[in-house]
Design a protein around this ligand. Structure first.
Ligand code: ZN
Length: 243
């Protein structure tokens, strides 16, 4: 009799489950939203003005014959929808597919996975953000990790921050993963822009919060040493069965 081969969850699903569980332990709910989204939820409500380069044809898939509709370019649309239906305090993560109209190569896919973390209440600060990111990355990489903030710009946060983590491989000594700097750029974050809160009727004078978004593909590539993002989408069992 033939031996039956047992299947298992795809590495991407495994990583999403793991991330969900880490945030669940920190009191975050898991929220979901549409992948095909209106211009309003993908851009306007996130303080991305009409002339912003992120709206350009090179980055966004516009849906043919459907006016003002895009394939979402981030999972941040979920935070807007969630805020419309829930009152602070809010703690959610939104894992899901996002789409960018760009050429595919070993580090870029036109479709990939992102998880957005979002927290709003009366006391959340940049310190809270730093703590949550540190706990998340330490659990995901199973290592002690330091976090470094650099100023950056994203329209839906103020201030905007680029987050580096200490290299989990060489612990700061320098290696090929961190390009000998000891640091790896992992995600974009910031404090939710008052315009975003006020836009959904949450008083920005009373409430504040953070948001950060991270590519799950990128985290997985770092953690498992995957050198081509396309491997995650080709269904090649020689790859999938290594997980
Ligand atoms: Zn390193």
């Amino acid at each position: 009799m033939n031996k039956q081969i047992k299947g298992h969850l795809h590495p991407m699903t495994q990583m999403i489950n793991e991330i969900n569980s880490i945030f669940f332990d920190m009191g975050f709910e898991i929220a979901d939203g549409p992948e095909m989204e209106s211009e309003h939820y993908n851009f306007d409500a996130l303080n991305i003005p009409e002339n912003h380069p992120a709206r350009g044809m090179q980055d966004t898939f516009w849906v043919k014959d459907k006016k003002s509709t895009v394939m979402r370019t981030h999972t941040s649309n979920v935070q807007i929808r969630y805020m419309q239906n829930n009152k602070p305090p809010l703690r959610i993560i939104a894992p899901g597919k996002v789409f960018r109209n760009e050429a595919t190569d070993s580090t870029h896919e036109a479709q990939f996975y992102q998880v957005e973390a979002f927290m709003v209440d009366e006391t959340t600060t940049l310190g809270t953000l730093k703590g949550v990111i540190k706990i998340f990355l330490e659990k995901f990489f199973n290592k002690d990790i330091d976090i470094r903030f650099r100023p950056s710009y994203f329209p839906f946060v103020e201030p905007g921050i680029e987050v580096d983590m200490s290299c989990f491989k060489c612990e700061g000594k320098g290696c090929s993963i961190c390009k000998n700097t000891g640091w790896i750029e992992v995600l974009g974050a910031g404090m939710v822009h008052p315009n975003v809160l006020d836009g959904v009727g949450i008083d920005s004078k009373k409430y504040q919060g953070f948001a950060f978004g991270v590519g799950i593909d990128r985290l997985g590539m770092l953690k498992y040493g995957i050198d081509d993002v396309r491997l995650l989408y080709q269904g090649d069992l020689r790859f999938v069965n290594q997980f």
